[in-house]
Design a protein around this ligand. Structure first.
Ligand SMILES: *[C@@H]1O[C@H](CO)[C@@H](O)[C@H](O)[C@H]1NC(C)=O
Ligand SMILES: *[C@@H]1O[C@H](CO)[C@@H](O)[C@H](O)[C@H]1NC(C)=O
Ligand SMILES: *[C@@H]1O[C@H](CO)[C@@H](O)[C@H](O)[C@H]1NC(C)=O
Ligand SMILES: CC(=O)N[C@H]1CO[C@H](CO)[C@@H](O)[C@@H]1O
Length: 701
């Protein structure tokens, strides 16, 4: 709406003002090559001879008591929206787009042949929720669909930061890495990564950009086909957020080009704001520079850096790339460097690779291991503990993400084996028990394992009879995983004597508090919190001087104590004088319930029945971490494991060795009676394989 002010003399003049209805373009007359003009469909009769916009125009809206002319023309398919003018339209742009949209959908007038860019797509392919697995550069994401399939999605209508060709080749000696070397690319990627990595997003496909070849004669595509979409999280359009921060710009289109974002006007408005506020790419300030030292594969540099990382303890890192299940590229933000990192303690199946002797085929489950690692850590913030380095300058260590140790997780998921070098580490026990569980489940890499092993065992042991040499032991400790520690009753007095003299000697010459520096693996004496007495112990881990993890070698229990409660072990009482008295065992013929609650019930009942009591013990067969045994109550001579089976608290682990069959049968009979009586785990009946999972048990086939 506009007003004009007329002077006295103007009143005598007749005025004719031409102005344009803002935001519209109506069909007009095209000038043909021969100079004649021909009308586009639905063009009005020419009222004047001009066919091009003059330099200075007046834009306006024509209002009529019946409504809004602009909206009406759009809604009836007489006109289409004009992008540049939409941006200056002060209010209600969405109403105009909606009018145009309605005309398109109804295919009226100029839209009679209109086909929407995604018209031939299924609704479920057009709009869906998916999980973001990776942020690619600064304008695309890889998402995981509900089907488990991965798909690359480009953000509609935006262009990421870029630089021209020559810039790129400026410094020939330096490897060009777009993410760090293109101004604002890193900021853009980080912004997206922090906001959406690992999260569920809404994807609305706007258009599919067809593949284009690099030249008319070439068949090599310059661009592969792209799925372009509007990606939102919690109602925020990621592309709009990027543009408003000045981390991307908006692509301009031909007027009739419909291959664009469904929120195109918002993108334009965001860009206008970013320009006005001098954000990011529109800023007049110096561009932020990321001087990143790439020391992956640089042995010399890596060597200098190693002690620094080792001393640092846990360091922050972002996983930039996953080469395989156990090989990663990390960005260390504090140190601003890139390193190659290998997971310690495990043997991960290798993918196919080129070797001097030819192509090496991939080991089974190498792809699964890689997918597992990618899903868990790619582009996530993690913590690493660097332990050492290999000859090629790759760092080796442990990687933690949200309380999960990746090496342990791979082993627990049957995607890696424990490597012997893990023995020194404080994660060894966890690794080994994870491996044992995977093997029992015959999962993935262990699918064919047991048969082979049992055959060997049977072969060696066929002639052998089961030996039953029960000896008296004292059960001192029961762990959460149903392992237990015992002392031999026979050497019991020796231990008592040793402790008595040791304590007397220490009392006579008390250690200076705080003089002891704990080191992993060392034997020492520890002042046990429960009774304030000295016991022999071994340091398992030094988290900090205030948190030292100790293992009481004569009793099998563990504790975290400050180093002030520790002291040097007097040599006369070392393990040479008397070996560590606690020995670790686990039960033969029974499966440790995987379900935590079920396991806790069993452990409670064991603590009640046998902790700090004398029992009889017989070794049945060897195991990965410790011997598998049967225990008998000292008085009744009843079998402890069998009574658990009979109560329906655990399931039988069926051993195949011939000489153990009599025991196995006895246990299986006990299990049948528990099933019939529907005791404990059998209270819902005999569950099938599928249910077993749910209850946390694995039945053997
Ligand atoms: C005409 O449309 C514009 C934009 O949608 C709006 O701001 C204006 O209020 C409308 N006028 C009438 C009378 O509907
Ligand atoms: C996806 O969109 C729906 C409906 O618009 C909304 O309820 C939901 O919260 C959105 N989800 C995400 C992850 O943004
Ligand atoms: C063990 O430590 C406690 C508390 O620090 C102390 O009171 C006690 O005397 C210590 N015991 C021995 C035997 O030194
Ligand atoms: C110290 C630590 O982070 N340990 C973790 C290693 O990974 C396992 C399994 O993922 C976790 O249970 C441990 O807590």
């Amino acid at each position: 709406l506009f007003f004009m002010k007329f002077t006295e003399e103007d009143r005598s003049t007749k005025w004719h003002i031409t102005f344009y209805i803002s935001s519209l373009q109506c069909p007009t007359f095209k000038r043909e090559a021969d100079g004649t003009e021909s009308p586009e469909p639905f063009a009005a009769r020419p009222s004047s001879s001009r066919s091009r916009l003059p330099n200075q125009v007046i834009l306006g809206t024509v209002l009529h008591p019946n409504g809004n002319i602009t909206e009406l023309l759009l809604k009836e398919g007489f006109a289409r929206c004009v992008d540049w003018s939409m941006a200056v339209y002060t209010q209600g742009a969405e109403k105009l787009r909606a009018g145009e949209k309605s005309a398109k959908e109804r295919k009226v007038r100029i839209w009679k042949d209109y086909v929407a860019p995604t018209a031939n797509m299924d609704q479920k392919d057009r709009q869906f929720v998916a999980k973001v697995m990776q942020v690619v550069n600064a304008d695309a994401v890889v998402v995981k669909l509900n089907s488990g399939e991965y798909k690359t999605i480009h953000l509609s209508s935006i262009r990421p930061p870029r630089i021209e060709g020559e810039e790129k080749n400026k410094d020939k000696d330096k490897r060009f890495r777009p993410i760090y070397d293109i101004p604002y690319m890193f900021e853009a990627r980080e912004f997206m990564r922090k906001k959406i990595i690992g999260k569920k997003v809404n994807v609305t496909v706007d258009y599919i950009r067809a593949a284009t070849s690099s030249s008319e004669t070439s068949t090599i595509p310059a661009f592969a086909e792209r799925t372009c979409a509007t990606v939102t999280i919690g109602g925020i359009n990621i592309a709009e957020a990027l543009v408003s921060k000045g981390f991307a710009t908006v692509i301009r289109y031909r007027q009739d080009d419909d291959q664009r974002s469904s929120h195109y006007d918002e993108l334009l408005a965001a860009e206008a704001r970013a320009i006005k506020n001098g954000k990011g790419l529109h800023s007049k300030k110096e561009v932020p520079i990321h001087r990143v030292a790439d020391i992956s594969g640089e042995t010399q540099k890596a060597k200098q850096f190693l002690p620094f990382l080792q001393r640092a303890g846990r360091s922050e890192a972002v996983v930039e790339y996953v080469f395989s299940g156990s090989r990663l590229k990390l960005y260390m933000p504090k140190e601003t460097c890139l390193i190659t990192f290998l997971l310690a303690g495990i043997e991960c199946p290798r993918g196919s690779r080129n070797m001097p002797g030819g192509m090496q085929v991939a080991e089974p489950f190498s792809d699964e291991a890689m997918a597992f690692t990618k899903e868990l850590v790619l582009q996530r913030e993690v913590e690493v503990e660097v332990e050492s380095m290999d000859k090629a300058g790759n760092f080796i260590g442990w990687l933690h993400i949200e309380g999960v140790n990746l090496s342990v997780a791979l082993v627990e998921n049957a995607l890696s084996k424990v490597h012997f070098t893990a023995e020194r580490s404080s994660y060894y026990k966890t690794l080994v028990s994870g491996e044992e569980a995977s093997r029992l489940r015959k999962d993935k890499i262990w699918a064919n394992y047991e048969e082979k092993k049992v055959e060997e065992v049977v072969h060696v042991m066929e002639e052998k009879e089961r030996t039953a040499n029960y000896r008296a032991v004292y059960v001192t400790e029961i762990t959460d995983t149903m392992h237990f520690y015992t002392q031999d009753v026979e050497t019991g007095t020796q231990l008592e004597n040793l402790m008595e003299t040791m304590r007397a000697e220490i009392a006579a010459q008390p250690p200076v508090e705080g003089s002891y520096a704990a080191r992993r693996g060392d034997y020492c004496i520890a002042n046990f919190s429960a009774d304030g007495e000295w016991y022999r112990a071994r340091v398992e881990k030094v988290q900090s001087p205030a948190k030292v993890h100790v293992f009481y070698i004569d009793y099998g229990n563990r504790e975290i104590v400050p180093s002030t409660r520790l002291a040097v072990i007097p040599p006369a009482f070392s393990t040479r004088a008397l070996a560590a008295q606690a020995t670790e065992y686990t039960f033969a013929y029974i499966q440790v319930p995987q379900d935590e609650d079920a396991r806790a019930d069993v452990v409670d009942s064991l603590v009640r029945d046998i902790q700090n009591t004398q029992c009889l013990l017989n070794v049945e067969h060897s195991g990965v971490t410790c011997p598998h045994v049967t225990l008998q109550f000292a008085e009744s001579k009843d079998d402890v494991g069998l009574s658990l089976v009979k109560e329906g608290m655990v399931m039988v682990d069926v051993r195949k060795e011939k000489h153990l069959q009599k025991m196995v049968t006895e246990y299986l009979n006990g299990q049948e009676s528990a099933k019939t009586a529907r005791l404990n785990i059998w209270r819902y009946g005999d569950f099938r394989d599928d249910d077993a999972d749910e209850f946390g048990y694995k039945l053997k086939k």
